[in-house]
Design a protein around this ligand. Structure first.
Ligand SMILES: [Fe+2]
Ligand SMILES: [Fe+2]
Length: 158
């Protein structure tokens, strides 16, 4: 998808719709597990079946967000790197410090752990991207951002 397309309301709406459907999928699978543990087999099955439909809905949105004909493996890795980098340098550190401020230690530990996992995912995607040849400009931009984050101690190096 071109950059101008990325800035449309529809692109943002597709992203939101994708997020909502993805969330519904995971939430209903979790509810299915709980319902089943509560002995409600039929309700568990209802949640499970609906969860599977939500996966279909989420994929339909993805097909419009990232059309197959516009994608290369480099692009896929780049998009994934961008997401993980955002999580480990911006999102989780921010969430962690807000949880600490509110005395929510369990949440703060979870944010910290998952931030570190995002950082590992970023490393793995970066490694994979390097296998696809030259360290391109975009990749270099990621690497620079990452180094910057390390410097400001937003990240724990592995
Ligand atoms: Fe849906
Ligand atoms: Fe991740």
């Amino acid at each position: 998808m071109t950059n101008s397309k990325n800035n449309t309301k529809t692109f943002k709406n597709l992203e939101s719709a994708f997020a909502g459907e993805s969330m519904a999928n995971r939430k209903y699978l979790y509810f299915a597990k709980l319902a089943s543990e509560l002995g409600e087999v039929e309700i568990a099955k209802l949640f499970e079946d609906t969860a599977n439909q939500e996966t279909g809905h989420a994929f339909s949105h993805l097909e419009l967000l990232y059309p197959k004909k516009e994608m290369t493996v480099e692009k896929l890795l780049e998009i994934a790197m961008e997401g993980e980098l955002y999580e480990c340098t911006v999102m989780y550190p921010g969430f962690e410090s807000e949880a600490i401020q509110e005395g929510q230690l369990e949440a703060s530990h979870e944010f910290k752990d998952q931030g570190q996992e995002s950082s590992q995912h970023f490393e793995l995607f970066t490694k994979a991207a390097k296998r696809f040849g030259v360290l391109k400009k975009v990749e270099k931009r990621h690497a620079d951002k990452y180094k910057e984050a390390l410097k400001t101690k937003l990240l724990t190096p592995m």
